[in-house]
Design a protein around this ligand. Structure first.
Ligand SMILES: C[S@@+](CC[C@H](N)C(=O)[O-])C[C@H]1O[C@@H](n2cnc3c(N)ncnc32)[C@H](O)[C@@H]1O
Length: 382
């Protein structure tokens, strides 16, 4: 905590305003706010939530970097995958949580114009929506008329739904198994600020915790992302023809709820530092938890989608030709090649983003053999 760069004056005022607001919510809720609600306010409260505020979030001057920021070859690989699927659909792309807009631009730079109809962006953050519009207008003005921000979910999707690091940004429940029972974790007001507090879990959350958590490991704290799972179910229900592709960090259920992972995966990101305490810099720090891909697969297939594939980010990108694209840059001593090669390594290396990040896809009324899943098949782990 001592090593974190301090908040500037504006950020400190915004943080204080959001803390007051959440303190009130805790009081109204008899002194206990479920963590999922705290995370929702911390990330998405109007004006003061992390994604609602105007501060730079993604990239070198933000709090964390995502794959599209590293190299446009990430988008080129996705474009290659899309090129295979889109002709089997009405040709629409639906990107959720488009961040700075860079992935959209990179995909559309490589995708032949006649391969797609419309590029829809569904983004919760008004600030990011504006950044996306500006970036698109600046980089690919010729396509701006074919790119539309939607403020509500379409009734039906016909095309490809995709999202990079979106599911992990959805508020999750935190549960803790103790010798005397399973607790739903939440937040209480204390003289020192927010702190953890537990209440015995009940209902659906309790059922899910009993189903997922290992036996007899005390204390055992972890996350359950019911919201991300419900979100995938809703999209799956509405996918008429096409595919759904999610890229994110996470594991299958056995690895996620491994007896040795006793502290879960919840983490904060602030100016490229990771922070264990989620009550630090409320609204100024990103909060995220890894994805349980087994639960995501259940959510999508329970609504009738075909399972397409589950693999590591490295295997997916290599199957889509990332190393060929790198070679096409030519002069291996040139500045562009060296910079791109370093970024590609970061995307592929097992101890960087290559193995922790996974790709999972589902389809409806389309060919299930996607090029991206032609390499390593991890579906047996789900
Ligand atoms: C970690 S950022 C990733 C941004 C971008 N995809 C990238 O790779 O750089 C998470 C994004 O998901 C968005 N988001 C979270 N929940 C969402 C939802 N239910 N619908 C649409 N966007 C959402 C956030 O506003 C934010 O833009």
């Amino acid at each position: 905590m001592n090593t974190l760069p301090p908040l500037d004056e504006q950020a400190a005022n915004d943080c204080a305003a959001l803390c007051l607001y959440i303190q009130e919510k805790i009081k109204q809720n008899n002194g206990f706010l479920p963590f999922v609600d705290y995370m929702n306010w911390a990330l998405y409260a109007p004006k003061y939530g992390y994604y609602s505020g105007r501060a730079e979030k993604i990239g070198q001057y933000g709090d964390f970097a995502t794959a599209p920021q590293l190299t446009d070859l990430f988008g080129k690989c996705l474009a290659r995958q899309l090129l295979q699927i889109l002709p089997q659909t009405a040709g629409n792309i639906y990107e959720f949580g488009a961040g700075t807009g860079k992935l959209a631009v990179d995909i559309l730079k490589w995708l032949p114009e006649n391969a797609w109809q419309k590029y829809y962006i569904i983004e919760l953050s008004a600030d990011l929506q504006q950044r996306q519009r500006d970036y698109i207008q600046n980089k690919i003005p010729q396509y701006a008329h074919k790119i539309e921000h939607l403020c509500r979910l379409p009734e039906q999707f016909d095309g490809v739904i995709l999202g990079n690091e979106v599911l992990d940004a959805m508020p999750c429940e935190v549960v803790e198994m103790r010798e005397d029972g399973i607790y739903r974790m939440g937040v209480a007001n204390t003289p020192q600020g927010f702190d953890w507090q537990g209440e015995l879990a009940t209902g659906f959350l309790l059922e899910q915790a009993i189903f997922r958590l290992p036996e007899s490991v005390f204390p055992y704290r972890t996350e359950i992302n019911l919201q991300a799972e419900a979100f995938v179910r809703t999209l799956a229900e509405r996918l008429n023809c096409g595919g759904m592709l999610w890229i994110d960090y996470g594991f299958d259920a056995a690895e996620y709820y491994h007896p040795q992972r006793t502290m879960g995966t919840l983490i904060g990101h602030y100016r490229h530092h990771t922070v264990d305490n989620p009550f630090v810099f409320t609204g100024q720090m990103d909060l995220t938890a890894h994805i349980d891909f087994s639960a995501i697969a259940d959510a999508a297939t329970s609504q009738g989608l075909d399972f397409i594939g589950y693999t590591t980010q490295a295997a997916f990108l290599m199957a889509c030709g990332i190393t060929d694209f790198l070679c096409e840059l030519g002069d291996t001593a040139g500045e562009e090649y060296i910079k791109t090669a370093a970024a590609v390594q970061k995307l592929l290396l097992p101890h960087e983003m290559g193995e922790l990040f996974k790709c999972i896809a589902f389809g409806k009324n389309i060919d299930p053999d996607w090029i991206g899943f032609g390499g390593l098949d991890l579906s047996g782990k789900l």
